[in-house]
Design a protein around this ligand. Structure first.
Ligand SMILES: [Zn+2]
Length: 412
């Protein structure tokens, strides 16, 4: 059953029928009254649409704008510009080996993750950021609050169809901002703004040059699950401790996130493997800098603490911070009209650099991290073990991210 929100339902009817919004809404109200409140507003809107001779399901045929795709829709056709590409990965399912990869596409109305299963996943090798893709026969689902479009053997994906273009792309909604102390360890996508107070040494691990997946050693050789014996390539992981005034948290960056936060190229970072001193300057520069981290928070059961896997790292955007602060003050003064806005404003978000370790537990965490950097760095592996079981359930989970977890597991 497709759950069309009321506003969208109204928009769909108005698109199909010459009728004013007022008239439509009053007909819907009349219908609800007529049925003595036995149906919802949405239910009444469906009945009115029917009476007006509008087939709502039909109106979903043909190409849809990305913003109009709703979880539950089948046979969705849409067009978008590729804004992100995630390498496919292999997984072991009930029916044997499978493969899944994903891309994120966008148009002026929104963006959506397109998940490609099995043979469809092979197309990803030919897709790059900026390509236009037409998707036919997708199935829309909801995963962790995000819409996804799943493609299987019956679906089609056409790369750069002739004569098609996407003029502008809607900027993605930033994830919700959390204070470190608010994190529960189950946030699939969160944003924190924090000061880096400790940086560990850059660590390296062997990856498959073809799929970038963590390799398993077999005697002297390196083996990839999908590609067999390969000459290993390397990727890197950087552990840091960050503090936002409400608490501290271990932040873990992999691969491209390390490149983003260090400002170093892959070539430069790989040289650090031979010569660790080449990373010292970056380490010093990072200490004390305030960064925005976006990614997932998860609980490390063994160490009873929450860690943050950063997928995206960027400097703080001052204009956006001011906007967020304004919104917050407005919301809070609306919620508590008796409290003057200034009072709420001065309590937290205005603090420019929350560098002091604020509470006793934080200090303890840091002291522990400082005294035993080796131990603490090894620990990220614990946080990761549940992921493989979730792979079937949560195909939309970022393929790369799952690889990161595999990697973490191995860092002993
Ligand atoms: Zn491989």
């Amino acid at each position: 059953m497709i759950n069309i929100p009321y506003d969208q339902l109204i928009a769909m009817i108005l698109e199909k029928k010459q009728i004013s919004r007022e008239e439509l809404e009053s007909r819907i109200k009349a219908k609800m009254n007529q049925l003595s409140g036995l149906i919802s507003r949405v239910g009444a809107a469906h009945i009115v649409a029917n009476e007006l001779g509008i087939r709502l399901l039909d109106s979903m045929g043909g190409k849809l704008k990305i913003g109009k795709i709703l979880a539950g829709m089948r046979d969705v056709e849409t067009l978008g510009k590729v804004v992100q590409v995630f390498e496919p990965r292999a997984f072991e399912g009930k029916l044997g080996q499978g493969k899944v990869g994903s891309i994120v596409i966008a148009d002026e109305t929104g963006q959506i993750r397109v998940v490609l299963w099995n043979d469809m996943a092979n197309l990803i090798d030919r897709i790059k950021t900026g390509d236009i893709v037409r998707v036919i026969g997708g199935q829309a689902r909801q995963n962790s609050g995000q819409r996804e479009l799943h493609l299987n053997a019956k679906s089609r994906l056409i790369i750069n169809p002739p004569g098609e273009s996407v003029a502008e792309v809607k900027a993605p909604e930033p994830p919700k901002r959390y204070q470190i102390s608010e994190l529960q360890g189950n946030e699939a996508m969160a944003e924190i703004k924090a000061t880096i107070v400790q940086v560990f040494d850059l660590r390296f691990y062997e990856v498959c040059p073809k799929c970038m997946k963590r390799l398993q050693p077999k005697g002297e050789e390196w083996h990839c699950q999908a590609h067999g014996k390969v000459q290993p390539d390397y990727s890197y992981v950087l552990n840091m401790i960050a503090d936002d005034g409400s608490g501290t948290i271990r932040v873990v960056c992999f691969g491209r996130s390390v490149e983003a936060i260090s400002g170093m190229t892959r070539e430069e970072l790989l040289r650090v493997r031979e010569e660790p001193g080449l990373f010292d300057e970056t380490k010093n520069n990072l200490l004390g800098s305030i960064m925005l981290f976006r990614g997932r928070a998860l609980r490390n059961e063994m160490f009873d603490r929450i860690e943050f896997i950063a997928r995206q790292v960027s400097p703080v955007d001052v204009d956006r911070e001011i906007e967020m602060l304004k919104e917050r003050v407005e919301q809070e003064s609306m919620a508590n009209p008796s409290i003057p806005a200034q009072t709420t404003a001065s309590t937290d978000t205005t603090k420019p650099t929350p560098t002091q370790p604020s509470t006793a537990p934080d200090t303890q965490t840091r002291a522990e991290a400082e005294s035993k950097p080796q131990t603490t760095e090894q620990t990220t592996e614990e946080s990761v073990s549940p992921i493989p079981d979730e792979q079937k359930e949560k195909p939309g989970a970022d393929a790369e991210e799952i690889d990161d977890f595999d990697i973490d597991e191995e860092l002993v």
